[in-house]
Design a protein around this ligand. Structure first.
Ligand SMILES: [Ca+2]
Ligand SMILES: [Ca+2]
Length: 245
């Protein structure tokens, strides 16, 4: 009993130190403008509403012990993620869409798990790809106007996915017209450019990336293991968008 209590205290103290050092970093706004309400108009005059994201069950509280060395981390959010506003009718257009990968033969699970709607933290809810930088790619089937991408790598234990990069293109090979929406590979170890975004802790809420209405058919998401495993785990990718008018 004594040992357990001491261990828990050590975790809390360590976490506290992590927060203290992390809190000096600029927090990412993530598009969560609190003044926005249903019925407000967007830049193009269209009516906006909060997107509805169905969340899986949280399975832990607390924070990872080992944040990547030298990585600039996002300040943890207090309370739930603020509503993300997008034009009325915006929904997940990635559900059950085809998934390809740099590793077409996963270590564990199958690629279709990335868009099957199961976002839970069970051991059977993620697909596991080999180590080193790997990507998964969702084919939306047609060009879409994309407002937000929400991704869950793995949220069964506290961890930080490394070198998270989110790109879109209309070229399935990502040879041209590539737009990078998020990149926290701050030392450019993946070779796609120096990432200016912050590291973050995986949680049941997933990570929401503001796509600002970009038009694209393919979404490619990179990672390079996590603080928990060198392998690349993917639970789900959701792409909130609308047909291109
Ligand atoms: Ca899934
Ligand atoms: Ca890196």
């Amino acid at each position: 009993m004594r040992i357990n209590k001491t261990s828990i205290l050590a975790v809390l103290v360590t976490a506290g130190l992590v927060w203290t050092s992390g809190s000096t970093m600029a927090a990412e706004s993530n598009g969560g403008d609190k003044e926005k309400k249903t019925g407000v108009k967007g830049d193009a005059g269209q009516e906006l509403a909060p997107i509805k994201i169905e969340l899986p069950m949280p399975v832990f509280t607390g924070t990872p012990m080992d944040i990547p060395t030298g990585a600039e981390m996002e300040e943890p959010r207090e309370g739930p993620r603020p509503d993300f506003m997008a034009p009325v009718g915006t929904k997940n257009v990635a559900f059950e869409k085809e998934v390809t990968s740099s590793d077409m033969h996963p270590v564990f699970g199958t690629l279709d798990q990335v868009t099957d709607g199961d976002k839970e933290a069970y051991d059977t809810s993620y697909v596991e790809l080999k180590k080193d930088p790997q990507w998964v790619q969702v084919d939306l089937g047609d060009k879409r106007k994309i407002y937000a991408i929400v991704m869950w790598h793995s949220h069964n234990v506290p961890q930080v996915a490394k070198d998270v990069i989110v790109q879109v293109s209309n070229d399935p090979d990502f040879g041209e017209g590539v737009k990078t929406l998020f990149n926290n590979d701050q030392d450019n170890s993946s070779g796609l450019g120096i990432g200016k975004d912050l590291g973050y802790f995986e949680t049941y809420e997933g990570k929401l990336v503001d796509a600002k209405g970009v038009e694209a058919r393919y979404v490619r998401c990179w990672s390079n293991g996590s603080t928990y495993t060198a392998l690349n785990r993917w639970t789900e990718i959701e792409v909130y968008g609308k047909p291109v008018e």
